[in-house]
Unconditional design. Structure first.
Ligand SMILES: Nc1nc(=O)c2c([nH]1)NC[C@@H]1CN(c3ccc(C(=O)N[C@@H](CCC(=O)O)C(=O)O)cc3)C=[N+]21
Length: 286
């Protein structure tokens, strides 16, 4: 079988083009979406993400502000910055790039971001709303995966979905969104007994573990949809996913590439959340 490539880059471009038009309209009503990105320390992989976010903001007409703090920043200083951004009516959304350098408390930082500006949807209040199914923001990567699936005409309802990875950022919310679309969801992780066997059951297989090419051809059922959330930089600088692409593509009906799959969708969803935050924050407090 030759797999259809799910082109996240193309789909994200369509979404960003729609958002650009929406932002233009909003500006006529005095609403100006603005995203504040906080980045602490000097992680090179983070830099790529930050650069791509900035370019996407420019394209959509969203103002982007970057707050680059040194790795030695104290917890107190970081929380003070977030408090200032929370109270700044010209800022629609706040994203603090994770992981933070050693010594900084990620949970405290996530909790400090105002839920109304939490465009990552990492705050416990937003996480709870997602669980219940009545939410303002969806986490960018899982939401991007759902959009890519929907845009590709893939119906989740009744399908056996296997999510490999149980992080708060991807695996857990991903499972919840698939459940909301009536998938039958299994979550696999490092203690799963026979990972390949579980994966082979999947109609829709989502890999989000951060292990380069963990998912081999023998993990993929004939005709499955394979979504690769992994973004692993090898020593030779090559970017590979959690899926061994060519082996998996021999079996799959559809598969996402890395790069050009889930990554660009994540960024498009961040733009969408920022526009939504700008609208929500304009019709209440500000
Ligand atoms: N608070 C927070 N929220 C995040 O969403 C978050 C984070 N911290 N920390 C880091 C990870 C990683 N991440 C990426 C998203 C898109 C690309 C991306 O655009 N990838 C492109 C380009 C890759 C390239 O240019 O090499 C692609 O896959 O095609 C990369 C990485 C978001 N994360």
């Amino acid at each position: 079988m030759s797999a259809k490539i799910l082109d996240g880059k193309a789909v994200s471009q369509r979404i960003k083009t729609e958002l650009k038009a929406e932002v233009e309209k909003l500006k006529q009503t005095g609403i100006k979406p603005a995203l504040a990105v906080v980045i602490v320390g000097d992680d090179p992989a983070s830099k790529i993400y930050v650069r791509n976010k900035k370019l996407a903001c420019e394209f959509c007409g969203i103002k982007s502000l970057e707050f680059a703090l040194p790795a030695e920043t104290t917890q107190k200083e970081l929380l003070a910055l977030i408090e200032r951004l929370n109270n700044d009516n010209t800022i629609s959304g706040i994203l603090c790039q994770l992981p933070l350098p050693e010594g900084l408390d990620e949970e405290a930082v996530i909790n400090a971001i105002s839920p109304a500006k939490d465009v990552d949807a990492f705050h416990p209040s937003n996480v709870g709303k997602i669980m219940i199914g009545n939410f303002d923001f969806l986490p960018c990567t899982p939401a991007g995966v759902m959009e890519l699936i929907a845009e590709s005409g893939i119906d989740v309802s009744g399908k056996k979905c296997v999510v490999v990875g149980r992080s708060n950022i991807v695996g857990k919310p991903m499972s919840m969104l698939l459940l909301h679309k009536n998938g039958t969801v299994t979550i696999c992780h490092s203690r799963t007994k026979d990972l390949a066997k579980e994966c082979r059951e999947a109609d829709i297989l989502v890999a989000a573990v951060g292990v380069p090419e963990l998912i081999r051809g023998d993990c993929v059922k004939e005709g499955a949809v394979v979504i690769d959330v992994g973004m692993n930089r090898l020593e030779n600088k090559k970017l590979v996913g959690d899926v061994a692409f060519s082996e998996a593509a021999e079996k799959a009906a559809a598969i996402t590439p890395v790069p050009g799959g889930v990554g660009p969708m994540t960024i498009a969803m961040l733009m969408k959340n920022t526009v939504k935050a700008a609208v929500l924050n304009s019709t209440g407090k500000n």
